[in-house]
Design a protein around this ligand. Structure first.
Ligand code: ATP
Ligand code: MG
Length: 403
């Protein structure tokens, strides 16, 4: 086991390179944050046009499991992180033989598997009092037949490789459940009880190798079609007592994994007037992402330390400080759906940028398609009312549904 990097030199005469597995937008924003602190960067991604590869000092263009590519990444990098949870955990384990890797392959492997993830949440719930949605593991016809009636209606989710609502089917009864499992090729799944949601929220924590753990304020999230659409972060976005419980739970989940790096934990706040919420305590943990998260993008413009700064600090063994949000914020995702046919000259963004406190982030993706995350807008301002008004105006200009 390679030891943590002891406070990597920043901006000195020495070239110090931080590596990242994956070249998507999260990798790109990590690269920008690392470079701001004087680091060189290396990205491993097979795509010649990957958003992060295009802005990095080194771009190793091989498959994630290619031994030569991994050897090259290890050779140039002082430490390596990941930007997506479906990076083969063996690849991280291979890198960890010679380089400090955070988060660890073992933690990423748990986040890749809904069943293992839920088992971890349940274990932590003994300490933090926040449990999971009632669920059953379905890996065999016998388990399918034994599903208790009270889990229906429910959502059948593949245990592996799901994201943005993919690999999920809503089912009302046993017959639909059986058909849905067949439709998913009988792969390993979990069936979750459909819960009445009052709202959804998430917490981003960063934990250092020394166990110090800091957090961003609780994010309130609106999903549309299984994809994050809007994140709102300001005083009162989530009832204070629930927010406090969510932060405590997220930290205990990170501690329980001996986690090093940035971790996002997603929660459901339940509508307790509904009978299906009975006995669950009002707050349920949904899933985690072993990396910065879309719901934390507002921190780039609204906090004194962003989630990507935290990722760099945890990876490089630099001090963590508790981030402070200095402005209320709303983040709007810019999906390919709203993209004009011709991307070169885009008059729409100039209209949006004429509004006060609008920060445009585009990921440099050449092709827009439905549901594809192309960029985001962070809207900041002096007051919540002002931020909301501007965000709604921006949404209207761009053809994003009001929230
Ligand atoms: P991500 O892109 O966040 O990884 P995902 O594809 O892994 O998403 P989930 O987070 O499991 O999917 O679910 C997507 C959305 O579906 C949730 O944000 C929520 O709106 C809804 N949802 C999921 N599970 C439940 C549930 N048990 N009850 C009610 N709604 C649910
Ligand atoms: Mg989710």
């Amino acid at each position: 086991m390679v030891s943590p990097v002891p406070g990597l030199a920043v901006g000195g005469a020495q070239e110090v390179t931080l590596g990242v597995m994956g070249g998507g937008q999260l990798g790109r924003m990590f690269v920008h944050a690392a470079q701001q602190m004087g680091f060189f960067t290396a990205v491993l991604d097979p795509d010649a046009n990957s958003p992060a590869g295009r802005v990095s000092h080194h771009h190793i263009q091989t498959a994630y499991t290619d031994p030569e590519g991994l050897a090259r990444l290890a050779q140039v990098s002082a430490a390596v992180t990941t930007e997506f949870e479906n990076v083969p955990s063996q690849a991280l384990a291979e890198l960890a033989k010679t380089r400090w890797v955070s988060p660890a392959a073992s933690a990423v492997a748990i986040a890749q598997d809904r069943a293992a993830e839920k088992a971890h949440f349940v274990k932590c719930s003994a300490d933090n009092g926040v449990t999971v949605a009632p669920y059953a593991l379905i890996e065999s016809a016998a388990q399918l037949a034994a599903v208790p009636e009270n889990l229906l209606p429910g959502i059948l989710k593949t245990t592996r490789m799901g994201y943005d609502g993919k690999g999920q089917v809503r089912v009302a009864n046993q017959a639909e459940l059986a058909a849905a499992w067949t439709g998913l090729n009988n792969v390993s799944c979990v069936l979750e009880k459909m819960l009445p949601l009052a709202l959804e929220c998430s917490v981003i924590v960063a934990r250092g190798a020394d166990g110090q753990c800091v957090n961003l304020p609780v994010q309130r999230n609106l999903h549309r079609g299984g994809i994050l659409a809007v994140t709102e972060v300001y005083e009162g976005n989530v009832p204070a007592a629930l927010a406090e419980r969510a932060v405590t739970a997220a930290k205990s989940i990170a501690n329980g994994l001996q986690y090093v790096g940035v971790l996002c934990v997603e929660f459901f706040v339940l509508d307790e007037s509904h009978p299906a919420a009975a006995g669950l305590g009002g707050l349920v943990v949904n899933e985690m992402a072993p990396r910065p998260h879309n719901s934390g993008h507002y921190s780039m413009d609204a906090c004194d330390v962003s989630q990507f700064d935290l990722q760099v600090r945890t990876l490089a063994g630099l001090p963590l400080t508790q981030p402070r949000q200095h402005s209320p914020a709303i983040m709007l995702n810019l999906l390919g759906d709203i993209w004009p046919e011709k991307m070169e000259s885009d008059p729409i963004f100039s209209k949006v940028l004429a509004l006060p406190g609008v920060h445009l982030h585009l990921y440099g993706k050449a092709k827009a398609s439905k549901g594809r995350k192309m960029g985001h807008l962070n809207i900041t301002g002096a007051t919540v009312e002002q931020v909301r008004a501007t965000a709604l105006q921006a949404a209207q200009i761009l053809g994003i549904e009001a929230f």
